[in-house]
Structures are given as structure tokens and as C-alpha cells.
Design a binder for this molecule. Sequence first.
Ligand SMILES: *Cc1c(COP(=O)(O)O)cnc(C)c1O
Length: 485
Amino acid sequence: MPAHVSGVLHAGPSPVWLPYPADVNALMPSLWGASVAKDDAGVLTVGGCSAPWLAREFGSPLYVLDVADLRARAEGFVSSFGAAFAAVGGRARAFYAGKALLTTAIAGWMAEAGLGIDACSLGELLVARRAGVDPALVGLHGNNKSDAELALALDWGIGRIVIDSLPEIERLEAAAAARGVRAPVMVRTTVGVEAHTHDFIATAHEDQKFGLSLTTGQARAAADAVVAAEHLDLVGLHSHIGSQIFDAEGFEVAARRLVGLRAQLQAAHGIEVPELDLGGGFGIRYTSQDTPAAFAELAEGLAQVLARACREAGTSLPLVSFEPGRALIGPAVFTLYTVGTVKRVETGAGVRTYVSVDGGMSDNIRTALYDADYSCSLASRDSQAEPAVVRVVGKHCESGDIVVRDEYLPADIGPGDLVAVPGTGAYCRPLASNYNLVPRPGIVAVEDGRAHWILLPETHEAMLAADPGFAATAPEPAEPPRRAR
Ligand SMILES: *Cc1c(COP(=O)(O)O)cnc(C)c1O
């Protein structure tokens, strides 16, 4: 993690990107779910429920999902991409990347909005199946798929199994042959470009575990092997270039290279691969620093990119698919915390107020893991106090246990106040841990003044029950547990 040098990057204890707020009680709407607002008393409300009521009823920390926001975002993505590709004479569809956050309810809402579901484990497949998702609209990813995962994919009849290595082709062929079925296969390629927000890095060596390289011919070899396999159908070519991408430009190289491979396969085998998948990675706004394009703008840009690539290659426009995760679920969720200890620390460049909350890196590891920036707001009341530079930290035994590195909150923030952190829908609960034996929080979904658990919180009782002690108290298992491959 890069060290933060104070004095150079900072004017006082706050970073230069963080403006002094005109009104420290106000919400920046673009960071929050569509139904989130503050009432006259400064109390944060979502879907017609107030934050203090949610904390009383459901406890804290708590992940709060704005259902109306999720629906609108998912429908907006589908309609924007549908319209933009129709305008260039093509067709687009989307698969929600379940790894961002998947529960039965969320899978159901995504399916209702017209999305498929991408899974990359047995657990994610099982949740999608229980949600009643049409298997034709389910994909399976993964660089090390288990036999059990391949078996469920074939037995349930999912629409796309995304091959990530050459040995996997043989394994899948054998599994499909044993069942007397044909398996729909996509080949995941690495296209030699890696995207990080505004930076697109050409990666000549593609030194990573995912995908089959286009430049070394591995992707072509895999596609040839799939075409030759008796029980496999080549239904698409896939590329995923990165995450938190703000515009369509970065997809240009990936699109051109996938279209190029598709043209080669047409020349070699006389087949038109029906679908190209450009993956996910569409960015969201965590703080005022982030400037993602709107879905409509992205969709138009991507439709142009694909149309141009196909025109240049002299090929037809295939069905094009996308795999948004973060962009659909991220802004729909905020985390609600209760403030405990407040400590003022002299930094050398001014005072920083450390606001300790009742969760931390166990429910949001992204700040520590990716150096991610978040924002937050006092959720339980208005304040007339001056804005103070705060760092919201957790209750864990790590100095890196930071939730929000830099933000302004009212200087009178104190024990019992509620703080809400927006943009925590993606990659927070799925990456949560039991560090310090803290139970992982549940998710409450809120709409029209009603609130329901869609994922129950863990309990200390369940944690203790899973820890029976040794020998004297624990019964021996009849057989040593074996891991399914
Ligand atoms: C992670 C991932 C996604 C989703 O990425 P987001 O940044 O959440 O949109 C899509 N496709 C693949 C293959 C992924 O690994």
C-alpha cells in the first residue's frame, strides 16, 4: 500500500480532493440510493424507513439495501444497452456478476429486471437456482471449477460455461459425454489490456491466472479444441479487462481483438460465433473524486466500439453481453454503524477526529485491501457544529482497520450517533470476515416503508456452536471429511 505523505498531498489533515462542505449535514445524491434522503430533523431515511428505526429494529452494523434503487439501476442498464445496440443494428444482454453480492432475493430482482446471473462457485449456482433464475440465463466462471460445479452446471442446463484453461475443455467434454448432453461453452481470453479506472495498461505478458492469451495463440487453440469436441458448442468469446472503469474507451482494444478472433474462427471453421462478452467493471461513485459515465452514455460508446470493430473486420455484429456487478448493487446499499469512542489526534498537520464504529474491516475490507475511498454522513440527527476532518475506524485489532479514510462530519459527533457509509453493496458482505470473532452483519432490504432481512446476521450462538472444542466435547466424525474436487 503506498504511504500517504502528509504535507505534500494534504492541506491540513484532509486530502486536496475533499472539499470543505458548504453544509456538512447534506447528502451528495450521486453517492446514495435513489430513495435515500434526510428529513427536516436531519435523520437519514431510505425507502420510507428512518435510519434510527432500522438500527433499533435490526441492530448495527447493518447493510441496508434500497430495493427501488436496485430495480431502477438494473432496469436502466438493460434498457440503456438494449437501446444503444438496437440503434447500431445489434442486440445486447447482461448477466449480473453474482460475486459482487448474491442472495436469493437479489438474484430474483436481477432476473425480474431481465438480467441473467453469472456465478463462479457452487454456492452462487445454488442461490441462483433457488431464486428460480432461468438456467439458460446463468453462466459459470472460474479458473478452478470443481467437478461438483461442472456437474451442477450440466445437470441444471445453464446457458454458458466459461472455459478458462485447456485441461478444463477435456474435463467438461468428459462430463458432458458421460451425461449424453452438449455443453454451451465460452472461451475466456486475455486481450493484453488491463483497466484500472482511467489507466489502461497494455499487458504484454498477461501474467495472471485468468483467461487464455490471444497474443500467444492459446485462446485460438482453446476455441479450436472446443469446436473439435464432440459434446461442446462454442457459443461465445469472453474478455473481462478490469474494474471501476468510467468510460467505454478502454473496451476498444478488447472488442477489436475479440472480433478479430471471431473472424479467424469463421475463416477456419466456417462458423459465426454467436456472442461476444466484454465482461463487467463499470465504475461507481464512492466519493466526489469518481466520475463514472451514465449507463446510456457508456452503452452508446460501447455500441459504437463494437459496430466499428465489426465493420473494420468485415463481419456481422454478434450478440454482445456484459457482466455488471458493482455498478448495479454498489450504490444500492449503505452500511449503518453506531458510533462509540471518539478521539482527537494531532497529526502534525492539524487535528484528525477518529470516529470508532461498531464494525470495521470485518464488514468492509475494501479500504484496507484496495486503498479504497468511501464517504459517510451522520444519519441520526442534524448538527449545527462546524465540520471536522474525521477518519471512521472500526473496532478491530489493526491500525489499518479504516472504513472511511477522509471525510467531514459535524465536530460534535459522539457516542450513540449513527453514521451511514454509502456504496457498500459490492464486495463488502461477500468479503466480510469473522475477524476478532465478530459476527458478520445481515442485509435488510427496504422499500415502501417496509424492511425485511434478506440475509440474516450471524450470531455468537451459531459461531460457538460451530466450535465444539477438542476430543472431550467433540464427537469424532464417522469418516474424515473429504473435499470435493
Ligand atoms: C468481477 C467480474 C465481473 C464484475 O465486475 P464489476 O467490477 O463488479 O462489474 C464481471 N465479469 C467477470 C468475469 C468478473 O470476474
